[in-house]
Design a protein. Sequence first.
Length: 317
Amino acid sequence: MKRLILTNNKNIEILSKLRNFICHHSDFSNALTSIDECMQMSYLNNRPVGSLLLGEGGVGKSTICKLIKSKHKRYKCIEDNFEKLIVPAFYFPVPSPITIKSLAIRMLEELGCTDHKGTSEQLNYRLRILLKECKTQLIMLDEFHHIYSSSAQKNKSSENVANWIKTLADETKISICLVGLPNIQHNLFIDSQLARRFSCVLKLNPLTLNIHDQSGTLTPFLKQASLYISKNFNITFNPEISSSDISKRIFLATSGYQAYIMQLIHQSCLIAMNNNCLVVSISDFHEAYASNNILYKPMTQKNIFLLNPSQITEILI
């Protein structure tokens, strides 16, 4: 039993590298490029161009932010015989409940400041000084829908925070990207000034599948995932996950949400490895999908990986 647990833990450790897999499908690549363009336009024109990155949970919003942050890494340099920290871009999920002061403190932390004493006005002044010193060009605020919680709207803190962010962008000329659920746009655009400042609206949707010709974004995603897994873990799939039958089953099990797709693939690979097998079969997918401790986003309550192909097609039509 102890040996089995050790083997399972080793396989979990090996497969942990699967989280490094990123598929640049069309919506994903467009969002990456557009946010970077907003950052560059703000810097070159000395006028902030904001953006909204919207989508349901599990479609890749946070992954995009982390990719952009890793592309524009912080670094230290020497200026006038003093060491300076340069932070071109930073990203964090907004605190909940959100206030102007809590938001300012989190931004100061991202800029390496540990002194959080003082009033909101003093923190704001310190923040603006550091944003200039650190040459920041892009701020990405994830989970921004938190500011529109019922309690925040009741005490008007959501309106105050939104106006504070608008003022911050105007005064610093920094591009700000607000990331969260689709309802952000409706709430934010009630204010025409905010609508104008965050005119670049980027929407990430679940992956798509046309059951007639396999077109859409899911099949290329599965092909890339299969190649990545084969190259990095020497694991193959039989049938291939991008095949017509398996891709339909995965689509039904996850509704096309990337996070759930990768969770299903990860769990199926782990089951095969725990059985000393490097070929993942449909029975492994069935066991992974039937597991009660893993949540997916199914489009039907039927047992998707036990149905015959005609039943699968019938559900999708």
